[in-house]
Ligand binder design. Sequence first.
Ligand SMILES: CC(C)C[C@H](NC(=O)[C@@H](N)CC(C)C)C(=O)O
Length: 623
Amino acid sequence: MGKGKSKVVCGYPLSIFFIVVNEFCERFSYYGMRAVLVLYFKYFLRWDDDLATSIYHTFVALCYLTPILGAIVADSWLGKFKTIIYLSIVYAVGQVAMAVSAIHDITDSDRDGTPDSMTFHIVLSMVGLFLIALGTGGIKPCVAAFGGDQFGEHQDRQRRTFFSVFYLCINGGSLLSTIITPVLRAQECGIYSKQKCYSLAFGVPAALMVVALVVFIIGSGMYYKAEPQGNIMLDVCKCIGFAIKNRYRHRSKQYPKRQHWMDWAEEKYDKLLIAQIKMVLKVLFLYIPLPMFWTLFDQKGSRWTLQATTMDGNFGALVIQPDQMQTVNPILILTLVPIMDSLIYPLIKKCGLNFTPLKRMTVGMLLAAIAFVCAALVQIQIDVSTKQLLHSSPYILSGQGFIYFKLTIKGKANSDSTTVHNTDKATFTLRSGSQSCEYSTNFGFGSSYTFFIHSTLVFGSNCQDSVTAVEDIKPNSVHMALQIPQYFFITAGEVMFSVTGLEFSYSQAPSNMKAVLQAGWLFTVAIGNFIVLIVAELAKIPKQWAEYVLFASLLVAVCVIFSIMAYFYTYIDPTEIEAQFKKKINEDDEDDKSKPGKAEVEMVKRDSIKCHDEYDKATQTKM
Ligand SMILES: CC(C)C[C@H](NC(=O)[C@@H](N)CC(C)C)C(=O)O
């Protein structure tokens, strides 16, 4: 049985259907908007590459910092349900602001096709992004924990499956949106002048966020809504502060030692709160090495995409753009999660191996390190294949009567520049007044050419004979398909690390700090992203393959540390511990009523001994 008023379907509370659909729509909204964001900065707001990249990364980092805020509000004040509703509204308003900021006609009073007041568009989009970061980050720890809350005490298996399905929805939503929104952006729209339709590309994610909110509200009658238990974070901070102060005051040897430094808060604070803080601190301590996984994981969007730009994306009927390679990750998630859950994990269990959550996370880290070794091997191949300059243009030019232009082959055919995108055959028109002739040739992905037009060119005659193409840079010969093994390993690592970590963070958190621990988990993602910036800046390794090897080695080192920490971790059942404490507190209350006047200090001592016993009994399982 689940905990809410929800019907139970195949052993699962029906309420979780609304939660996973909400997550699907929300992730569609988030990733869809993110997919076109940098291009919006660059082509609509006219920012340069550096500014666009910095604002983009600042926004992403903010999205993983705000979960702390959302979790505190949820666990201490509003509860998860109300927090999700209010912050989803903020989120939807942010998305609408983005869509409106991308309507160029709003400030185009002279109707020349360009906004008259760029400041308006910049300010509105920054406000929009801030609201989105607040909304998406704020609800993220709450939605996952709220989903977990819907399961009863003996539904561990179902709850694990829920977190897997939850992860599938994240990736299903993001996959769809990263395919759809770039297509919407490429449409032309506008009242006075037709331009790339960023407003539609932001408008559809905005609509999906509204759908996410509506779906969540529809399920409202069925949810189990745990009540927030006061300003828990303030209590936690005060309790920790008191324990530290009290320990310091009693530092002399005459005072007997206590089992845990938090036990020094016993004189003033509730035993249950102390036990709950111990649970949280144990898990947070275990999180310390985890950001390194995200440091590697999040380089898919940066280093690996840059690597793909030096590769050949021609898959026959399909030409893949470098940034499109990133969709391999959600596609693989959608295949690997069911395979792991229904095949690999049960098989491992059948072999008699106890593949505990922390072991899974350790293996996940190792897989991510292997992915980076694969990336290094691919990079070495690229470096070998790009022995670049074949000829130098000045040498060809000297003493000859040529005019010349340079051409670099990158992405799609672009008529107004000398950049041609992954065409096998391109045709150029050479014009002089009303006369013209055509020249066509074959190109390879990533190549660069200098074209020499003979000064003897006669229009009307064959243009083909009057142009000489000189290949400056060879076409990319290493195929993008070679990135698939690295994507496979990083995604398999993600399934073992991230899906497991999500469930682990829920199951090991005390009831009043579920969202807080989810936020702690997401905080490791934010730190991981900062490490990318720091290591890349400090290390300044000239060879890209060596940087990949460095990151892989760092993760292996961190993984060793993590496995040692995990070995000493004892799994707990927070519900059981809390129940024992509550029972004992009730018993003591009864006792006190029957024996008035008992010295308080004696009670504290006795409670403390009993509570240690309860806590120890409930924390028996090891890694
Ligand atoms: C940090 C993650 C827990 C975030 C998670 N991302 C994924 O599941 C990715 N595989 C999605 C892909 C599109 C990058 C999320 O909740 O978005």
